[in-house]
Design a protein around this ligand. Structure first.
Ligand code: ADP
Ligand code: MG
Length: 353
């Protein structure tokens, strides 16, 4: 694929993992990593990494990714997978309004993977660590009977007064989302369709240019590292925050449930990229349904007090999409036709597989 060219690197030789042994392998994969964070006292190489000099509260988050469940190597190149595995974890740190500093990466691999395949995976991990300025400080390596399993732990920090939980939203607060929604899900739909076309006719050269943004959002998602910084500069402390991994609808429900409030979300305020709108038309999908239920956008969703509206209203990264209500008013979508429809975790018109 000519998209995401930065991540492309096809290595043709095939070295069996058993040729290096476990220690040789770990060394080979991790020797290029340099620590940059002042709080990393000691990284890879001993029984445990050592962190020090931390003045703030620590944030720790883990994700486990399993081949065939969370990713399909049929259209996810290993370098992209490595990049994404890091990014989705960092997103959870940013969703606490913190800064990510370190990661650990643990992998289980079957012998169907070659050294070159793992080099690709670690090239993606390395690129993400560089882009987001985090140190790889350890992990574990073991074998699996089938497939690949990756577990990433991210460590971050935030000033005590800045840490933002899911449970702080108040009635009357504004609901704000960063970026735009639905593109990552549509990118997956495009890739799945191309995979099927390719299976039927391997000579078909797909023109994916008009879906470039969607595919990039699926294969190379970015986490909103900029937002905790931006909020600090704007002088805004969100009352609650979550990252959008499962779809807008389910994340709003999480905030409402934990904060014990209701919400009115306005359909016409949901930010959509033009490629999302045109591809929804082509695939005969409802763009609101996609934004509500699509998932994997890794944007941040948060609430702010109404008096903070002047501080955020002109910012191109931030869209006010609704407001929080009393709990007994429920969680609703206000449609373009001004109808009120209760939101469910699947959105309001569940996606059918
Ligand atoms: P132990 O036997 O104590 O678990 P290992 O030999 O597994 O130690 O690991 C040696 C060093 O390499 C440790 O610092 C560990 O954190 C690091 N490490 C092991 N596997 C990985 C990996 N997949 N990615 C990054 N670091 C790793
Ligand atoms: Mg180990």
């Amino acid at each position: 694929m000519y998209l995401c060219a930065m991540l492309e690197n096809k290595n043709q030789s095939r070295t069996s993992l058993s040729e290096l042994g476990e220690f040789g392998l770990i060394d080979h994969l991790t020797s290029g990593f340099k620590n940059k964070q002042s709080t990393t006292v000691h990284g890879i190489g001993d029984d445990a990494a050592v962190l020090g000099g931390i003045k703030n509260q620590l944030l720790v988050t883990t994700d486990l990714l399993v081949e065939g469940v969370h990713f399909d190597l049929g259209y996810m190149p290993l370098k992209h997978l490595g990049y994404k595995a890091i990014v989705v974890n960092l997103s959870d740190v940013y969703a606490m309004n913190g800064e990510a500093k370190q990661v650990t990466v643990s992998i289980a691999v079957s012998n169907r993977f070659t050294l070159e395949a793992l080099e690709e995976l670690y090239a993606g991990i390395s690129l993400a660590c560089e882009m987001y300025n985090v140190d790889l400080i350890g992990g574990d390596t073991t074998s699996s009977k089938t497939g690949l399993l990756i577990s990433v732990t991210a460590i971050g920090e935030a000033k005590k007064e800045n840490v933002t939980y899911r449970n702080g939203a108040k009635e009357g607060d504004l609901l704000v989302v960063t970026g735009d929604l639905g593109a990552a899900y549509l990118g997956l739909q495009v890739l799945e369709r191309e995979k099927q076309v390719f299976a039927v006719n391997p000579n078909e050269q797909p023109d994916l240019e008009k879906y470039s943004y969607l595919i990039e959002r699926q294969l190379k998602p970015e986490a909103r590292q900029d937002i905790p910084d931006l909020l600090e500069k704007l002088g805004v402390k969100p009352t609650s925050m979550i990252d959008i991994s499962d779809g807008l609808s389910s994340e709003i429900l999480h905030l409402c449930k934990q904060s014990e409030v209701g919400c009115n979300l306005y359909e016409d305020k949901i930010p959509l990229d033009p490629q999302v709108i045109s591809t929804c038309e082509e695939f005969e999908l409802n763009s609101t349904t996609i934004a509500l239920s699509g998932g994997e956008d890794y944007e941040l969703l948060f609430t702010v007090a109404q008096e903070d509206f002047p501080k955020i209203k002109a910012n191109p990264s931030l869209s006010v999409i609704g407001h929080m209500t009393a709990k007994n008013e429920g969680v609703n979508l206000i449609t373009r036709a001004n109808q009120k429809i209760e939101l469910t975790a699947q959105g309001w018109n569940p996606l059918k597989d």
